[in-house]
Design a protein around this ligand. Structure first.
Ligand code: NAD
Length: 543
């Protein structure tokens, strides 16, 4: 039992390494890529701390080089989901009774392992498995995951310190209990950090977890699991299964011990699960926590006083980094006519220099999209725009899947503000621009507000403070993360807590105390030192 109130070690954001030519990190990463590219991967599930293999093998191939075989993973079925639930329930009593500083130490150690000896492994696995370039991997798989694990510890500490007042003669206490049952963590392909945080945050709070990563991010998930085990995570606390989402959901949502869903992914999948959970709600021992961060149709709005070069740079970075496969990616822009020629010229100049290709060539800014289904979907949107009278492909528009799933950065000019690519999340390197008349700012803000059902991120550009204040109020509900004179991507843990409203999720702000609260079921304890011995209150006495 803990016999002290400990301070935490200092917790700050993990510094991002540059990978510039000549740096040690660049050399180390290149060596790791060569090592990992040799292949031979054989990735088992990890249930109750043990490796579980099946006779169903699935290939792992880099999206940018689909003829290259890295190895395979072992696909599980419903029986493995059940094994994972059983293991989570078995591990729960010991884990929830473990001192908080021991749980904290495991995640702080995992963070140090990622920042240190595993940094280039997690980067290389993310680069090869998810086609992220060196810098994008570094800010995601290394730094953001380190930040999640470290800041979660600090947030847990602050939460535990949140205690009620006590009047004379009593002592009120709040115990931040874990939730009874098990948590289901279901992660997307696009951020290794999110994949590590979805099981990690509930586990830190004393919960046990069944974790199903995306089938296109199994390689980095495997490394995360390896790190957590090396950090001392007890068997069964996080159980990693590789099976289809519907298979996992089918078993999990029927189980009376199901106690919470920690999800990041598309709105459609979240809607489906929310519906199933509602239908089954009377089955469960308690009301499950449902936390889901979902899709976006993120905007950049420039007003007539904005700086065209700054707007163009925000659009290029915001729309095309990681091939636009960020939930926060700029995918629709509203540009006034007076700036449009300049913005277009600057974007054209930048795109001339932007190289598309594999991740091993560090000069490639844009790499492949995640898989063939995504490639085909994006190519269809481009073809439709080329054929449509309501839109025009003004930059890019090329695609090729012979070697890898490459979609070139593409800019569509929408002649109507509700053209399909202004409304729907495409999740690729496609930006749609609507050019408005400079005297129609208010009408354009209305259009922006109503065009999409999402409200994840948004950016405004203006040189005028009064206008900035006006847009900030006017667009209050359009974005959970709102940027002034900056691109709408690149949120940093503990600096810009991330999450959106409307159809973009429950907005519990991953990496913040608000998210951690969802994984606790507070118990209030009132202790009276000298209990009453007379049932009467003074008002009942005779005059
Ligand atoms: P996805 O919804 O296709 O998949 C997410 C997870 O759900 C995967 O593990 C997948 O296997 C599983 N899944 C898919 N269908 C399922 C079903 N019917 N039942 C149960 N599980 C199922 O999302 P993705 O393509 O991996 O990721 C991209 C999406 O994630 C985009 O919509 C993006 O905006 C969103 N995203 C949001 C945030 C955020 O913070 N708001 C962050 C990252 C990604």
């Amino acid at each position: 039992m803990t016999k002290a109130i400990f301070d935490l070690p200092e917790i700050t954001n993990e510094p991002v390494k540059s990978y510039a030519p000549g740096t040690a990190e660049r050399k180390e990463l290149k060596a790791k890529l060569t090592e990992f590219k040799k292949g031979g991967l054989d990735l088992p599930m990890v249930i109750d701390g043990k490796e579980v293999r099946t006779d169903k093998l699935h290939d792992i191939r880099p999206p940018h080089n689909h003829q290259h075989l890295l190895g395979h993973y072992h696909q599980g079925g419903k029986e493995h989901v059940q094994m994972a639930i059983d293991a989570a329930l078995k591990a729960k009593p010991a884990w929830e009774n473990m001192n908080w500083e021991s749980r904290a130490a495991i995640f702080l150690k995992a963070a140090d392992l990622i920042a240190g000896p595993y940094r280039q492994s997690i980067n290389a696995a993310t680069m090869l498995g998810q086609s992220k370039n060196a810098f994008q991997s570094e800010i995601d798989a290394a730094c953001e995951l380190v930040d999640f694990y470290r800041f979660n510890v600090r947030n847990m500490y602050d939460l535990y310190a949140m205690q009620p007042n006590s009047s004379a003669g009593i002592w009120n206490r709040m115990v931040w209990r874990p939730i009874e049952g098990f948590i289901f963590a279901l992660s997307p392909f696009n951020f290794t950090a999110i994949a590590g945080n979805l099981p990690g945050a509930p586990a830190l709070m004393g919960n046990t977890v069944v974790w199903k990563p995306s089938k296109t991010a199994v390689y980095s998930a495997h490394i995360i699991m390896q790190i957590l085990q090396e950090a001392g995570l007890p068997d069964g606390v996080i159980n990693l299964v590789y099976c289809s989402g519907p298979d996992a959901a089918d078993v999990i949502f029927k189980d009376k011990h199901f106690a919470g869903l920690h999800f990041t992914g598309s709105t459609k999948v979240f809607d489906g699960m929310w519906k199933t959970i509602s239908e089954n709600v009377s089955t469960y021992n308690s009301y499950p926590r449902i936390v889901g961060e979902t899709g976006g149709k993120d905007y950049v709005f420039a007003d007539p006083t904005a700086n065209a070069k700054q707007v163009a740079t925000a659009l290029i970075r915001g729309a095309f980094e990681y091939q636009g496969q960020k939930c926060s990616a700029a995918s629709r822009a509203y540009i006034p006519e007076n700036l449009w020629d300049d913005v277009l010229k600057y974007m054209k100049d930048d795109l001339k220099n932007i190289k598309v290709g594999d991740v091993e060539n560090f000069t490639n800014f844009v790499n492949a999209v995640i898989d063939e289904a995504s490639f085909d979907k994006l190519a269809k949107y481009i073809d439709e725009a080329k054929a449509s009278g309501d839109a025009e492909v003004i930059l890019g528009g090329e695609y090729d899947k012979k070697v890898g799933y490459f979609i070139h950065p593409t800019v569509i000019l929408a002649k109507k503000p509700d053209y399909v690519t202004m409304r729907e999340e495409l999740f690729g390197p496609i930006l749609t621009v609507y050019v408005y008349k400079p005297d129609e700012v208010e009408e354009t803000l209305d259009i922006l507000d109503k065009t999409s059902r999402y409200a994840l991120t948004g950016a405004i550009f203006s040189a005028r403070r009064d206008k900035i204040e006006h847009y900030t109020h006017r667009l209050m509900h359009t974005a959970g993360n709102f940027y002034i004179n900056d691109k709408p991507t690149g949120a940093v843990v503990d600096q810009q807590p991330f999450g959106g409203g409307r159809r973009s999720g429950t907005n519990d702000k991953a990496g913040s105390i608000f998210n951690l609260i969802r994984w606790a079921s507070p118990q209030c304890i009132k202790e009276t030192f000298v209990p009453a011995t007379d049932y009467m209150y003074p008002n009942f006495l005779e005059e």
